[in-house]
Design a protein around this ligand. Structure first.
Ligand code: FEO
Length: 161
């Protein structure tokens, strides 16, 4: 059976994944409004992926015979200073999520919850990929700098996701 402590932490992470989805949707809307449609597409797909992450927590909690507790979501920003600022914020957010996942896994270990540990391993691997993907975009944006041509090429590439 899930301990109350681990259940609370899993429900908090369910909320954090929904916030990730909300944040990337806000970023997508911003990019669309700024006519970076490829970036908007990439972020919209990312928002959907975060919703899937949230549902993994939802299903796991229910499969353990426990109660899902949905909570309020914070209001995300609706403007960023530049495309680079958008993806730097994405990378910072993913690093924050990685820390949360690692703490959750530490808790599952401390609570001797073996199914919880196996479940969370998927997220440990996923976070390596998520950080690498965001880092690559940040690196390439820094390469192109303020060059409109470079930004448009990058925008097209991100639109192919
Ligand atoms: Fe659900 Fe991007 O981590």
């Amino acid at each position: 059976m899930l301990s109350q402590k681990l259940l609370d932490a899993l429900n908090d992470q369910l909320n954090a994944e929904y916030y990730s989805s909300y944040l990337y949707l806000a970023m997508s809307a911003h990019c669309e409004a700024e006519s970076f449609r490829g970036m908007a597409h990439w972020l919209r797909e990312q928002s959907k992926e975060e919703m899937e992450h949230a549902m993994k927590f939802y299903d796991f909690i229910l499969s353990r015979g426990a109660r899902v507790q949905l909570k309020e979501l914070p209001t995300p920003p609706n403007h960023w200073a530049s495309p680079l600022a958008v993806f730097e914020a994405t990378l910072a957010h993913e690093r924050h999520i990685t820390e949360r996942i690692h703490k959750l896994l530490d808790l599952a270990v401390a609570e001797h919850d073996h199914p919880g540990q196996v479940f969370l391993h998927w997220f440990v691997n996923e976070q390596v990929e998520e950080e690498a993907a965001a880092q690559l975009i940040v690196d390439r944006m820094k390469m192109v700098g303020d060059s409109p041509g470079g930004l448009l090429i990058l925008d097209r590439e991100l639109g192919a996701r």
